[in-house]
Design a protein around this ligand. Structure first.
Ligand SMILES: [Zn+2]
Length: 198
């Protein structure tokens, strides 16, 4: 659905949500992702364009910035095997470039909570199976981020300096990863809407 706000066309998507057991929320909330305003509306609630437009207009300054920031986001439909091959490609590439060895990497059997990947010991990497949905350039940044942890476990200045050595605009690429960390937005409903074929 397109709503025109101050002469600008805004793409709006409504996600209908059942009231989760015990958590009766009658509020309409929204998030700006994928360059669209994604509303969460309790199932059965009646909403009209005017009401949604009102909500957007109230926060227009912020929303407009977020639309700009997230407009290049998209999700990808990919199998675990395809993800595995991509990870392998980048692990190999950056082993060469970074001069480190990844002892083993794997894809988590179940979604990992709140993280895209982790690095244990000196080179044991686990990637969240939800990475299947990330664009390739984001996957590359996740790989380099985790491989930089082989040098430094923390997110200190030296970590970022190291990261930057191997991936130009590392901070920006990392912010790009962050845009995708709202796992709720990997919701089936939203996915159908924002997924692109590779
Ligand atoms: Zn990290």
């Amino acid at each position: 659905m397109i709503i025109t706000i101050f002469n600008k066309e805004v793409e709006v998507f409504i996600m209908w949500k059942d009231n989760v057991a015990g958590l009766y929320s009658f509020y309409i909330s929204y998030k700006v992702m994928f360059g669209k305003v994604i509303f969460t509306v309790p199932e059965g609630e009646k909403v009209g364009i005017v009401q949604l437009a009102d909500i957007i207009m109230q926060d227009w300054e912020t929303i407009e910035k977020q639309i700009e920031k997230t407009k290049d986001m998209y999700l990808v439909k990919r199998t675990r095997h395809e993800l595995f091959l991509l990870l392998k490609k980048y692990v190999k590439k950056y082993e060469q470039i970074m001069g480190v060895k990844v002892v083993r990497f794997k894809i988590s059997p179940k979604p990992m909570k709140d993280i895209w990947a982790n690095c244990r010991g000196r080179g044991y990497l686990t990637f969240n199976c939800q990475c299947t949905q990330l664009p390739e350039r984001v996957i590359e940044a996740v790989v380099v981020h985790e491989m930089t942890h082989i040098f430094y476990k923390d997110h200190s200045r030296r970590f970022w300096d190291k990261f930057e050595e191997f991936l130009p605009e590392a901070r920006k690429r990392d912010e790009e990863i962050d845009l995708y960390t709202d796992y709720e937005l990997l919701d089936e409903e939203v996915k159908r809407y924002v997924e692109q074929e590779v």
